[in-house]
Design a protein around this ligand. Structure first.
Ligand code: AKB
Length: 319
């Protein structure tokens, strides 16, 4: 029987990964932890362990007692909010990772998943089809912490044999949970506004294209990476992962195929500068070659899925 812990279970990705892991491993085999209680009834069917992931003693206690086969360490402060609290973002993002890596070095964890991000790239990186070994040039504290984290992961793997695996997620778009504090958050918010028949004020410019991924693809890819044989994982920093790339005017147009009256204004704020520092698209050949990654959902289908799911959720809430 395999035992799993998700750290950061209350976040956008945490909620989705917990649901998938519960289905794959069985609810009783998945423990969840966060500094706040996840606002999701199904997720809360797993055993909840309150955890401040920056607290070394608390992380060690949970991991030494739990002896998990897999730990998904997702706790992090994202790009936009990280710029408002740079030292707190660095502390959370780095300390928590080092605590989990140290616990794995002690032999208390068999396999770790830790997410990196397209935020490791920056203005000096090629803008399109960024290769796996492109120049990393982060401009945000979040990106700097992800770059450093990638090298810590490789260090612990090479030096201590820790089996830690990672992908550089693009913006993630799902309907079960809301993102918080990221630069790509608009691509989730826009669907909720469209469903509510509200005019949407987008914080990025119309033509700022970014790499994006539907949540189901991200979760499936993550589980596939974690299930792959250890010797097939050639990249021990973090894998580029790609699905689609679009700008706000393209997602708005795709929504108009379903809601012709949908209107959008462009009111760029400080997140525009972050978005412009990131690439438009990513090449993920290494992930495809090493562990068979392949995205399934592109923009038109995602729009259909998002609008249908949000409509169903709001019906369930009314019932
Ligand atoms: C963010 O916008 O900060 C995140 C990311 C791309 O890592 N969604």
């Amino acid at each position: 029987m395999s035992r799993t812990l998700v750290i950061g279970a209350a976040g956008q990705l945490g909620i989705e990964l917990v649901l998938a892991l519960q289905a794959q491993e069985g609810i009783a085999n998945v423990d969840i932890s966060d500094i706040r209680v996840p606002a999701h009834n199904e997720v809360m069917k797993s055993r909840f362990l309150h955890l401040d992931a920056t607290d070394e003693g608390a992380v060690f206690k949970i991991l030494e007692e739990g002896r998990y086969d897999a730990v998904y360490h997702l706790a992090a402060m994202l790009s936009a909010i990280g710029e408002k609290k740079p030292i707190a973002a660095w502390d959370l993002n780095m300390q928590s990772l080092l605590h989990v890596l140290e616990a794995a070095k002690e032999g208390w964890v068999k396999r770790i998943f830790w997410p990196s991000s397209i935020a490791v790239f920056g203005p000096q990186t090629t803008r399109k089809h960024v290769p796996q070994n492109a120049l990393l040039d982060p401009t945000t504290v979040y990106g700097i912490s992800k770059q450093a984290g990638e090298y810590w992961c490789r260090y612990y793997h090479e030096k201590y044999g820790v089996d830690v695996r990672s992908v550089r997620y693009p913006g993630l778009i799902g309907h079960r949970s809301l993102p918080g504090g990221g630069t790509t958050d608009y691509a989730v918010d826009i669907y909720h506004a469209a469903h509510a028949r509200e005019r949407y004020g987008c914080f990025l410019q119309a033509d700022t294209a970014l790499p994006m991924m539907y949540m189901d693809d991200a979760v499936r890819g993550t589980l596939e990476l974690m299930a792959a044989p250890a010797d097939s994982i050639q990249v021990r920093t973090s894998y580029n992962l790609s699905a689609m790339s679009f700008a706000p005017n393209e997602i708005a147009e795709s929504i108009r195929q379903h809601i012709p009256s949908f209107e959008i204004d462009y009111v760029p704020d400080e997140r525009q500068t972050i978005a412009l520092s990131w690439p438009e698209s990513i090449a993920d050949d290494a992930a495809r070659a090493d562990w068979g990654w392949k995205p399934r959902i592109l923009l038109p289908e995602m729009t259909q899925l998002m609008l249908d799911a949000i409509a169903n959720q709001s019906l369930e809430v009314q019932d």
